[in-house]
Structure formats: structure tokens, C-alpha cells
Ligand binder design. Structure first.
Ligand code: PLP
Length: 451
């Protein structure tokens, strides 16, 4: 028998109270936060969809494993378990723990890139772009034109434009491209998956030119499940088999275990290259820690070792993808413009179409995020002109869903609030910057309403 109810494949054992706020309180709080939701206290948020990064609920198995954490400085048992678990899935020779994804990025780009180099990616995430640029190289996004149209429904809008990759290699020369990256799923590009066919085509171009291919693997399990659902030939494979097949196409990966590692902190850098691995471990010792802990406690390594396997469980992935789609479909069927089709970890509102009266210089995404907070205490994040300035490809508001945290009624509440804001969208005004930091400005920017 099948039912339409989304079945959350877990019971709740420990609860965290949510503090209620009124609209009048939120008006004061929003002003005090300079219209930047990063500057709010989490206690002043009702439903926190700022990020799915490190915000998930851990399982009983993860908590139990944490008690087994071996805190030895060198050669801990926890590292052995972490390495075995990550290696079973990725197949890579060297598994280097880091405290989160951006630490892996910083080390990778520092070792592989320099001034004048160019790094292609389907779409760089903000920290990935910033770390490429901090190493003196240029970050180039190669998303096909149709993937930049939010309303277009295609199964794999995270794909890299393979013809554009070949053209870039021909234009700048193979020697200026130290690596190619593929982000699965494509977070900044709308949480959209990359197909196996596309990954295979990108890998073929890389092999032809002898350019290493690395995955930004933060949401590799969701990507694998979306391949299972959407790509011919994969319906009967397990998510783990699909993930293993994809990793086998590359030479290494960076990973934030705060996503599909199902942990609250952690990450890793993998490579098959022995020489690079030595250089990476040297840098790791300089800033993160000894290579058997990489800035993490032994108990964190245990949480990732268990969590990364749980992220591939089919019951979990079925619920995860269905719950994201439920939010997207319920607002889209009432006319709210979203990036279609719903992806893995988040729903992205198309702020440009939602608020056509606000020009991009007045940050329609930030204005929309502020309204969702005012209306119902929901915290989301702009992925558009504030985050990426001139490199912004779309004006989106991301509603990222923490793993195993919110129930169906929380999601129903989010649907209701979005529809209320949509009903009065014409009254919403733009914002102007009053302060910006020299890089990654969205985290600390201050804004005020345009009068
Ligand atoms: C695609 C992608 N890459 C890299 C990162 C960086 O990971 P971390 O926040 O753990 O440094 C993120 C985080 O959101 C991400 O979504």
C-alpha cells in the first residue's frame, strides 16, 4: 500500500524549544540587524532556513559513536574509522580531515593554483570562489544558458556546459587550468543535480587534456538519489553505488561534512595524487592540525564516519527529497516563482520574478528574505547580487532545509507565510547598502530601505 503522506523515517527523542516572536518585535529586530538576517540572534528566528550546513539533527548511532571518540593526537582509532568510511564511498587514496569544507578548499587551491590560473566549475560556491581568488586564480562558472532560467524544468540543471569547458581550455590553454571542479549538487545554481552523463563528459574532456577533475562533494548523496530518480539506467542502483560511480570519474574531492556528512562540523579533502597529498598534509599541519585529526575532535570524526553512511540510506533520501519537493510544489502551484524543478536541500525563490519592481541594484533577494522574516520569523538567505556582486547569475532566495530537523507542520507553516508575502508583493521595496566588507560581504553587510 502506498500513501501520500511524507513519512519522516525517524522518531524524535530530544526536542529544542522555539521561542515565539510577534511581528512588532520582528520589525525592531530586523532594523537592529540592518536588514541582514545573518546579524539576527538565532533565538529571534522561528524557522531557520538560513542553511542546511551543520544544522542537522544527528542520529542515535552518531551520538553513540561520539562516545567512542579517540582523542589521541596522532593515529587515533577514530581517524581509522573515518578514513575507512570515507574511502569506502569515494575510493580515493588519501583522505585528509579538515574542520569544514572551506579549509579543504583553501588547502587544495593553495597547493594547486597560482596567479594567472583559471578554475572552471559548474558554479563556484561563495567560499570556493573566494578561496580560488585568494590563491590568485580566476574562478569561472560554466553553467549552460538554460540552467540560468529559473522557471525552466529540466532534470539536471546543475550540469556543466561541456562545450564551454572545451572552449575555455582552447582559449586560455591547458597549462593555465590546474584543475576542473564539479559541484554536486550545484548549491549556488539552485540546488540542482549533475547527471552521471554530464560528469562522464566533463571527465572525458579533463582526461583528454590531462587536467585533474575534483568534486565539490558537499551534497553527493542527494545528487546520487536525484540521479536514481531522474537518469535512465539508474533506478535499480543504490545511492551508494551511484555515488561510487561518480567519485570514480574524478581525481579527488573537497567536502563539507556539515551537509551530507550529517555532522555539525567537519570536512575533508581527498586526492589520488601522492605528491599533492604530501603538500596538502604539510599545509594542514600549519593551520588545521595533524593529518589524523585535521582540526576536529576524535568524536567529530566518529560522527562523520557514521553520518556519511546514513546520508546514503534510501528511506532517508526518499523523505528528504520528497519534503523539499513538497515545499516547492505547494508554493509553485499558487504562482510563486521558484527555481524548477525542486532540487535536493533547498527551495530557491526567484526574487527577480517575485519582485519585478525592485532593480537588482536594490537587492530584491535581500528585500524578499527580510519580508519572510517580518511576516513569519523565517530566516533564509539571498543568493544574488549581495552575495556575488557582478558575478551574480540570478537573484535567488534560498530556503535551505536542515536535515531531520523540521516536521511536516513546520513546512506547512513556511508555505503559508510565503503565500502571505506573495499576496502583498507589490508593496515591497528595495534596499541600499550602508556598509560592506572587502570580501564575502553578504555575511556582515548593513542595509537600509530605499525611501
Ligand atoms: C557547494 C558548497 N561548497 C563548499 C561549501 C563550504 O563548506 P563549509 O561551510 O563547511 O566551509 C559549501 C557550504 O555551504 C557549499 O554549499
Amino acid at each position: 500500500m502506498t500513501t501520500n503522506t511524507i513519512f519522516e523515517p525517524f522518531r524524535i527523542k530530544s526536542v529544542e524549544p522555539i521561542r515565539w516572536t510577534t511581528r512588532a518585535e520582528r520589525e525592531i529586530l530586523l532594523r537592529a540587524a540592518h536588514y541582514n538576517l545573518f546579524l539576527l540572534r538565532a533565538d529571534d528566528v522561528l524557522i531557520d532556513l538560513l542553511t542546511d550546513s551543520g544544522t542537522g539533527a544527528m542520529s542515535t548511532h552518531q551520538w553513540a559513536a561520539m562516545m567512542e571518540g579517540d582523542e589521541s593526537y596522532a593515529g587515533s582509532r577514530s581517524f581509522e574509522r573515518f578514513r575507512a568510511s570515507v574511502q569506502e564511498i569515494t575510493g580515493y587514496a588519501h583522505i585528509i580531515p579538515t574542520h569544514q569544507g572551506r579549509a579543504a578548499e583553501r588547502i587544495l587551491f593553495n597547493v594547486m593554483c597560482g596567479p594567472g590560473d583559471v578554475v572552471p566549475n559548474n558554479t563556484h560556491f561563495d567560499t570556493t570562489r573566494a578561496n580560488v581568488e585568494a590563491a590568485g586564480a580566476e574562478a569561472v562558472d560554466l553553467l549552460p544558458a538554460e540552467a540560468r532560467q529559473p522557471g525552466v524544468r529540466l532534470p539536471f540543471k546543475g550540469n556543466m556546459d561541456v562545450a564551454a569547458l572545451e572552449a575555455l581550455i582552447a582559449k586560455v590553454g591547458r597549462e593555465r587550468i590546474p584543475l576542473v571542479m564539479l559541484t554536486v549538487t550545484n548549491n549556488s545554481g539552485g540546488g540542482q543535480p549533475v547527471s552521471m552523463e554530464n560528469a562522464r563528459a566533463v571527465a572525458a574532456v579533463c582526461h583528454q587534456h590531462e587536467i585533474p577533475l575534483y568534486f565539490d562533494a558537499c551534497r553527493f548523496a542527494e545528487n546520487a538519489y536525484l540521479i536514481k530518480l531522474r537518469e535512465p539506467g539508474y533506478a535499480d542502483k543504490t545511492p551508494k553505488e551511484i555515488a561510487q560511480e561518480m567519485f570514480a570519474l574524478g581525481d579527488g574531492c573537497t567536502m563539507s561534512a556539515k551537509k551530507d556528512g550529517m555532522a555539525n562540523i567537519g570536512g575533508f579533502l581527498c586526492t589520488n595524487d601522492d605528491i599533492l597529498a604530501r603538500q596538502e598534509k604539510d599545509l594542514l599541519i600549519l593551520t588545521e592540525g595533524y593529518p589524523t585529526y585535521g582540526g576536529l575532535a576524535g568524536r567529530d570524526l566518529e560522527a562523520v564516519a557514521v553520518g556519511i553512511q546514513e546520508s546514503l540510506e534510501e528511506d532517508y533520501l526518499r523523505y528528504r527529497i520528497a519534503s523539499t519537493a513538497y515545499l516547492g510544489n505547494h508554493i509553485a502551484e499558487r504562482g510563486v516563482p521558484i527555481v524548477q524543478p525542486p532540487g535536493g536541500h533547498a527551495i530557491y525563490l526567484d526574487a527577480k520574478a517575485f519582485l519585478p519592481q525592485i532593480p537588482v541594484e536594490q537587492f530584491p533577494g535581500v528585500a524578499l528574505a527580510a519580508e519572510l522574516y517580518l511576516e513569519g520569523g523565517i530566516r533564509s538567505v539571498e543568493i544574488g547580487s549581495l552575495m556575488f556582486a557582478a558575478a551574480a547569475q540570478m537573484e535567488l532566495v534560498r530556503l535551505a532545509i536542515p536535515r531531520r530537523v523540521y516536521t511536516q507542520s513546520h513546512i506547512d507553516y513556511v508555505v503559508e507565510i510565503i503565500l502571505q508575502v506573495f499576496a502583498r508583493r507589490e508593496q515591497i521595496k528595495g534596499l541600499r547598502l550602508t556598509y560592506e566588507a572587502p570580501f564575502l560581504r553578504h555575511f556582515t553587510a548593513r542595509l537600509e530601505p530605499v525611501s
